[in-house]
Ligand binder design. Structure first.
Ligand code: BGC
Length: 748
């Protein structure tokens, strides 16, 4: 190939560093040449040592590239809800940059609650722009593990319990990010469903459950989203670690799905050279260098995929076959990102990003209950508002693990309310309890001083006094990002709200019946006070615009339209993982004889509403539930045919009308029920959804297209998806427990 120097301005820095590294002329393959040709060309020029170098980290978040050939470094960053601040070369501590503050976007659980793929695209595009501006090549997200238990510490980073919803929200997020020339790294593939014992959890899952519940989001990310990289989980699967699990990586991801991207290990998830070589891992990150550094000029040379691999090849234990495959994948990733000269420039904390953050939040907040229509707050009728609870004043973008952020700004709920209400009403605040006062993660500080030395009794007494003297009481509590709450590395210990909030809420109700609760969390909590309070709002972690977002929903500037992406169980007994399956498992042995935690997923495919339906349970709030300040009426669903051939499409249409007096948006959900099947099937499964905006009295026709794919189950014995002929029902619903109209049809 001829050496060509193209797009000099963009490539100049790489070119110069390449020139400085050696006297050789660097190679810049013409981007007009097909990617694979460029990859092969680069591969053919690399030495064995250069190939080894490119497949493992050189710092906490970067890999070295090939300076001699002008192939630049590859920089990763967390993800998935904002771009992580710079850390030191080999430490988690801050590098203390002054220009790395980001827009904190709402948590992915909130994004899922919008049930709006356009919001996912906007989210991906916006966060991708921030990553691009910071010159990052790989954004470590989205997190799309299925919500198996409400106790999982990272549910807030994921997209809920349903594979169809997750798939349809993940794909546009990925496309949005990657339109910036920044790769996503879809995580954590697969079955990383709890944080407790996360390095030694060994889920025991049958193929059907794997393919129907835990894989579809990842499959959609790989095949439709065309994600450029994936991250393996810390956990094991069938006795082998996920990051280099031959079934997950070689057989399924790279085999069945024909995916050409690069698998990146989770940070510190590699424990063995042989398996990392053969099990489908392409890049090793985050392995500890402590204790390995003695006498080494570069501690990273001691990574499992560094010198031990090099030596293995030199000693004839491994051939270069696997190595070349890994290098090709890393080169592809590099050409698509770091060496993509057509990528836009990106932007950081732009006005557009603030708007995106707020809009996603406003669409994601879920009005769970509004018994007496007390919401939205009518300022013409309310003179004094009591705001109670620590989460009203606590900044939440710091904490929770690797998704912790250094936000350029974060508006607390109390500040947002004060700004919105101004002098139209009096706001009196009382904290009510003291929970987490830390406000720091890896050296990033919120700057808030939340110390309060008063006793629990004093705090409660003050809250009750304030509540008694107000027209309405707004309790803003829930979880936070400290350990054993919504936090990586630990799971919650119970579903109860911490810091005696349940008791406080009951006391507040006795003091003033005009009580409503804003629950800030990324996972379901028990709500024993549900019937006492008028209104309940599920508010997630809403990022930089938290206070403004909440104020616009509470005051009715925005009509809530979020729906739950997971079931709100009233107790753990309603959750299949706890009732039938095991959590967090029992001691077992992995492929190498190490002690692990075997977790039989005995509940199988009956996760979330699938378990609720099967056992006819009544959760606190069902999957897909969410109210509006207006009301919607569903007309009769019609199918365009009664009988469908396997290769045909069937279209279901339903008219939906806004019957209230405000504009609003409704998420219309389509569930499919298989009336007779050879294998047991869930009572119904989500197979379509559509969010429509309707003006008062307006009617829109909403259509869903069904193909055989939506009717199929995974047959383990045949190892294939099977759409069995017979009768089906299409259920059109406002939530998984609120079916409004249905239509039957038959698959031939
Ligand atoms: C987390 C990943 C994260 C990585 C890098 C790990 O501990 O599990 O989700 O991307 O650290 O910070």
């Amino acid at each position: 190939m001829k050496t060509r120097i193209l797009k000099v301005a963009v490539l100049l820095p790489f070119w110069i560093s390449g020139l400085l590294a050696t006297a050789q002329t660097p190679v810049y393959p013409d981007e007009k040449e097909p990617l694979e040709q460029r990859v092969e060309d680069a591969l053919s020029r690399m030495t064995l040592k250069e190939k080894i170098n490119i497949i493992h980290a050189q710092s906490k978040f970067s890999a070295p590239g090939v300076p001699r050939l002008g192939i630049p470094e590859l920089w990763c960053t967390d993800g998935p809800m904002g771009v992580r601040p710079e850390v030191l070369w080999d430490e988690w501590e801050q590098a203390e940059w002054t220009n790395d503050s980001c827009t904190a976007f709402p948590a992915l659980s909130c994004l899922a609650a919008t049930w709006n793929p356009d919001m996912a695209l906007l989210y991906g595009k916006s966060i991708g722009e921030e990553a691009r501006f910071r010159n990052k090549n790989v954004l470590l997200g989205p997190g799309i593990n299925i919500y198996r238990t409400p106790l999982c510490g990272r549910n807030f980073e994921y997209m809920g319990e349903d594979p169809y919803l997750t798939s349809n929200m993940a794909v546009p997020y990925i496309q949005g990010v990657q339109s910036n020339g920044v790769a996503v790294c879809v995580k954590h593939f697969a079955l990383n469903n709890n944080e407790i014992n996360r390095h030694t959890s060994n889920p025991i899952v049958d193929d059907r459950t794997l393919y129907e519940i835990y894989l579809p989001g990842f499959k959609a990310a790989a095949t439709e989203g065309k994600a450029w990289s994936f991250m393996g989980g810390y956990n094991l699967f069938r006795g082998e670690h996920a990051s280099y699990n031959p079934i997950l990586m070689n057989q399924i991801l790279k085999g069945e799905w024909q995916w050409d991207g690069a698998v990146i290990s989770d940070w510190g998830a590699v424990h063995n050279t042989r398996m990392a070589v053969t099990g489908g891992l392409d890049m090793e990150f985050g392995s500890w260098t402590d204790g390995l550094t003695e006498g080494a000029s570069n501690a990273y040379d001691n990574y499992w995929l560094a010198n031990p691999y090099l030596k293995g090849i030199q000693d004839g234990i491994y051939t270069e076959k696997e190595l070349n495959d890994k290098v090709r994948r890393v080169l592809r990733l590099t050409f698509r990102t770091a060496m993509n000269s057509k990528k836009p420039w990106g932007s950081m904390v732009s006005d557009e990003h603030k708007v995106a953050c707020r809009k996603i939040g406003e669409e994601g907040v879920v009005l769970l209950q509004n018994n007496t229509g007390i919401l939205p707050i009518d300022l013409s009728k309310v003179r004094r508002i009591a705001v109670i609870g620590e989460n009203a004043i606590k900044m939440m973008t710091v904490g929770g693990g690797s998704s912790s952020l250094k936000a350029k700004y974060e508006i607390t709920p109390l500040d947002g309310l004060k700004k919105r209400i101004g002098n139209q009403a009096e706001i009196i605040y009382a904290r009510g309890y003291v929970g987490d006062t830390a406000g720091e993660f890896n050296g990033v500080k919120t700057g808030q001083n939340l110390q309060d030395n008063r006793s629990a009794e004093e705090l409660k007494a003050e809250a009750i006094r304030v509540a008694k003297n107000a027209d309405v009481v707004l309790f803003i509590g829930g979880l936070n990002k400290s350990e054993h709450q919504d936090c990586e590395g630990t799971d919650r210990e119970t579903m109860e709200l911490p810091y005696n909030q349940n008791e406080l809420i009951m006391e507040l109700f006795k003091a003033n019946e005009n009580l409503f609760v804003v629950n800030i969390s990324g996972t379901g909590v028990a709500m024993p006070w549900k019937d006492q309070v008028h209104s309940i709002l599920q508010a997630w972690y809403l990022g930089s615009e938290t206070g403004n977002t909440l104020a616009s929903v509470l005051l009715g500037d925005v009509n809530p339209s979020g729906k739950l992406p997971y079931t709100y169980y009233s107790s753990l007994d309603q959750c299949g993982a706890h009732k039938l399956g095991e959590y967090p498992g029992h001691k077992g042995i992995d492929a190498l004889g190490n002690e692990v935690f075997d977790i039989p997923y005995n509940e199988g495919i009956f996760v979330g509403y699938r378990f609720i339906d099967k056992n006819r349970l009544k959760p606190t709030f069902p999957f897909g539930h969410g109210l509006s300040y207006t009301t919607f009426e569903y007309g009769k669903a019609e199918a365009d045919r009664k009988i469908m051939e396997k290769n045909e499409k069937l279209v279901i249409t339903v008219p939906v009308t806004n019957t209230g007096s405000r504009a609003g948006a409704e998420v219309i959900q389509l569930y499919i029920r298989d009336l007779k099947s050879s294998l047991p099937r869930p009572v119904k499964e989500l197979k379509g959804f559509c969010k429509v905006v309707l003006q008062p009295n307006e009617t829109k026709q909403v259509s869903f297209t069904i193909t055989a794919e939506e009717l199929a189950y995974f047959d383990d014995a045949k190892h294939q998806w099977v759409a069995e002929p017979g009768k089906f029902e299409a259920l059109v619903a406002a939530s998984s427990a609120d079916i409004r109209t249905k239509v039957s049809f038959e698959l031939k």
